[in-house]
Design a binder for this molecule. Structure first.
Ligand code: GLU
Length: 306
């Protein structure tokens, strides 16, 4: 397998001269932003700005059936109200489907992907894909597209969670980049856009930790530069459940923005910031930012977030 493929498409990454840190916040509009999303936004913003880096925003909206009506405009209003100002225009993935198709073509040329006709029914609950369609040479039309993985340990050093390793062949198998219904999978879109936006550092929730080795492998197959990762502990409510869209976490109440911002900073175990206009509060949060204070495992919200 040729795993050192060079850039062959017409899409080239943004260059950020003199900036060693390009961070980003990449919410999916599958529900309104909640307090857990705010913690991620604050941490990614403060990490980038405290290192004199740039901070970008990308709306991850390729999975059209899962888009929750109104959540995109809620995300944009939140960014505005909390004074998160990205350093480049916001990218909406659904406007860039051609770039993902171009990357799939690159991978096809190098024989790194194949068409898969297995339905969910055939696969059952088996979490590890056995490579059933790998050598069938099926036509790509109307089939899922899977990326080949190899039997090797891939490791990375997470800035908060320490060393993480996985053998993709043994733990997961070849994985889907494009679904049968034509939807571009998150794994593909995230890797391509982080590369094209010139992202160097990703700060996001630990619920995405498992995806990271897949993304590193795909980036490696495409010859992209390696990104640094920091996975934040998940925020747990008083009942011990993680705050998530699936658990119907409450949407951020924009009339409480300063209070919520102050609470998000506390949830990350930072020095408290004074209640003021969000732009002023964010500046203080950046000045006081100390990554070594972030808890590694869980953020307990009882007593912080009411
Ligand atoms: N779009 C993903 C989400 O909202 C986050 C992706 C990422 O940060 O890599 O859960």
């Amino acid at each position: 397998m040729d795993t050192s493929l060079r850039e062959k498409s017409d899409f080239s990454p943004v260059r950020w001269p003199n900036h060693a840190y390009i961070g980003r916040f990449a919410p999916s509009p599958t529900g309104p932003l909640h307090f857990g999303s705010l913690i991620t936004a604050v941490a990614s913003y403060c990490e980038a700005k405290s290192q004199h880096g740039k901070w970008l925003v990308r709306i991850e909206d390729t999975d059209i059936p899962r888009i929750y009506p109104g959540s995109e405009s809620h995300i944009l209003r939140c960014l505005d109200t909390f004074a998160f100002e990205p350093d480049a225009p916001i990218i909406f993935q659904k406007d860039h489907l051609a770039r993902y198709e171009a990357v799939i073509d690159q991978l096809k040329h190098c024989n790194l992907v194949y068409a898969c006709q297995c339905t969910r029914k055939i696969l059952g609950s088996n979490a590890i894909y056995a490579g059933t369609c790998r050598n069938l040479k099926l036509d790509f039309k109307h089939q899922a597209i899977r990326l080949k993985v190899t039997d090797q340990q891939i490791c990375f050093e997470d800035a908060l969670q320490g060393q993480q390793c996985s053998n993709l062949q043994q733990d997961l198998g070849d994985f889907v980049l494009k679904r049968r219904d034509g939807i571009i999978n998150y794994q593909l879109a995230v890797v391509v856009d982080d590369h094209l936006q010139g992202v160097t550092h990703v700060v996001r929730g630990a619920d995405l930790l498992d995806n990271t080795v897949r993304q590193i492998w795909l980036g490696h197959c495409l010859g992209y530069s390696q990104i640094q990762y920091m996975h934040l502990p998940l925020a747990m409510n008083a009942q011990g459940q993680k705050l998530s869209k699936q658990n119907l976490a409450q949407a951020l109440d924009l009339s409480q923005a300063p209070q919520l911002l102050a609470q998000a900073v506390l949830a990350l175990h930072q020095e408290p910031i004074e209640i003021d206009q969000p732009a002023i509060m964010l500046k203080q949060a950046v000045t006081q930012w100390d990554r070594s204070r972030i808890p590694q495992h869980q953020i307990h919200l009882s007593g912080i977030y009411q």
